[in-house]
Write a protein that binds this ligand. Structure first.
Ligand code: NAD
Length: 477
């Protein structure tokens, strides 16, 4: 059994209390992670506070050197990290290899170099020169979810460190293994002690302590909207700076004039990639009536071809969902959808794995039709391999329905009509809009949601601005 440790003040520290870590493809416990509490959070904050004095005074390129070494080590250990991510999360191994681990390395590489181009502004007049300093803030708290474990964990840590802060970070207790391996990498590259601290444990324990800690003035959080609200409630009276990347219920609007073949292939991906457990998956598909029947026929046929099962097999397109609890939640929506008058035209039940995966948590990719845009199935985030398909008759109707949830993370539009594409890009209530593509990412672009999908933006300069505080200096000549 693999026993994980915390990483505090440069040391891999064991704890007495542990929590179980499951392999979702088998439904078995295969590792134990520290169940930390206030004591461990306090030790981490003290270590980070001490480390901040020196770390924040290193030059951007000196800090960048450390981050580049971490990126390189992630690449060197990529096979082991990908295997760990798949074992921990249930996602297909090819996906961990192609996306999760390379992106974790890219996060460090990107911010290691970006920080060296992060310039301050100056504004001069006849008598006064103003320049704006962007200073590191201190100890920042980073809290991340289970769906893209190392990818999202490093997406916060890398810019926070590049900007000169020290970090106390908490990965999801459901998928903690690659975060632990990152702490081993930090030891390997000789990251100065206390600069990054990784404390494992439950959200309501470690996460809540971090959020309430008076010496953590910044919290960067990715996770559910409900948790985000709790964090905001604790952080607001403490005047903390917060960034919240929350849930979504993203629309995928498909017009009759689209490039059908490209659209259908990408729509299968945007619906079911990572078992639909990507905050950016398009879970509400709106299709122009003229191509509705054709769309449904092809979409169902392609979805049925997705091979479900052992995430280690290269032909597997759908691995396990992350936990038994999550599987139950997703399955419960099939009953809700039926009660609401929905028709399940593909999938709609758990999938029985074979061999070592007999006890695993698998769900058939599921397509539901005949639901109105305002029902629970179409309003609440399910976060699994489930989409609804609804026909529309006009641009106005499609836009109204696309915008009719409390969420606003991302949206996808398929059309060859340039004017319509621009109009939808302008009017969709979303932080990210993809036209004729999905999940095309450029790390320089702002990333985040509107409405209940979040507050603030990650990525590029936005992240470096978030992790620094500005100070304007005026000099009279
Ligand atoms: P979650 O909110 O349950 O947990 C996220 C993290 O917060 C975990 O590390 C958890 O331990 C911690 N946490 C839980 N309660 C806490 C508390 N009271 N105080 C502080 N920390 C606490 O979310 P999840 O189930 O791990 O992830 C799925 C959710 O994340 C979905 O809603 C998904 O849309 C969202 N998500 C959003 C983005 C984005 O960029 N907007 C990206 C990925 C996932």
């Amino acid at each position: 059994m693999k026993i994980l440790t915390n990483y505090i003040d440069g040391e891999l520290l064991p704890t007495d209390n542990h929590l179980d870590v499951f392999n979702p493809a088998e439904g078995t416990v295969y590792a134990k992670a520290p169940r930390s509490g206030e004591h461990e959070v306090n030790c981490a904050v003290e270590a980070a506070t001490r480390a901040f004095v020196k770390w924040s005074r290193l030059s951007a390129s000196e800090r960048g050197e450390y981050l580049l070494r971490i990126a390189q080590k992630i690449e060197e250990h990529s096979e082991a990290l990908a295997m760990a991510e798949t074992t921990d999360n249930g996602k297909p191994l090819w996906l961990s290899k192609a996306v999760d681990i390379p992106r974790a390395a890219a996060n460090f590489r990107f911010f290691a170099t970006a920080i060296q181009h992060f310039a301050s502004e100056s504004h001069s007049s006849e008598t006064v020169t103003n320049y704006t300093l962007r200073r590191p803030i201190g100890v920042v708290g980073c809290i991340s979810p289970w769906n893209l474990p190392l990818y999202l964990f490093t997406w916060k840590i890398a810019p926070a460190l590049a900007a000169g802060n020290c970090v106390v970070a908490k990965p999801s207790e459901i998928t903690p293994v690659t975060a632990f391996m990152l702490s081993e990498i930090c030891c390997e590259v000789g990251l100065p002690k206390g600069v990054l601290n990784i404390v494992h444990g439950y959200g309501g324990e470690v996460g809540a302590c971090m959020t309430a800690h008076p010496k953590i003035p910044v919290i960067s959080f990715t996770g559910g909207t409900k948790t985000g609200a709790q964090i905001a409630q604790t952080a607001a009276p403490l005047f903390k700076k917060i960034s919240l990347e929350l849930g979504g219920k993203n629309p995928n609007v498909i017009f009759g004039d689209c490039n059908f073949e490209r659209m259908i292939n990408e729509t299968v991906r945007s619906s079911f990639a990572n078992q639909g457990q990507i905050c950016l998956c398009g879970s509400r598909i709106f299709v122009e009536e003229s191509i509705y029947d054709k769309f449904l026929e092809h979409f169902i046929a392609k979805t049925r071809q997705l091979k479900i099962g052992d995430p280690l097999k290269p032909e597997t397109k759908q691995g396990a969902v992350v936990s038994h609890e999550h599987m139950q939640k997703v399955l419960s929506y099939f009953d809700i959808a039926k009660e609401e008058g929905g028709k399940i035209v593909c999938g709609g039940k758990a999938f029985q794995g074979e061999g070592r995966c007999e006890g695993g948590w698998f769900i058939e990719p599921t397509i539901i039709t005949d639901l109105g845009p305002h029902c629970r199935t179409n309003q609440q985030e399910i976060f699994g391999p489930v989409v609804t398909v609804t026909p529309f008759t006009s641009d106005e109707e499609a836009l109204t329905w696309a915008n009719c949830t409390p969420y606003g993370l991302s949206a996808t539009v398929w059309t060859e009509n340039l004017t319509r594409a621009h109009r939808f890009a302008r009017d969709l209530q979303a932080g990210i809009v993809w036209i004729n593509c999905w999940l095309v990412r450029d790390l320089r672009t702002p990333f985040g949601g509107v409405k209940q999908s979040g507050v603030g933006r990650e990525g590029g300069w936005e992240a470096l601005r978030f992790f620094t505080q500005t100070k304007n200096v005026s000099i009279y000549q």
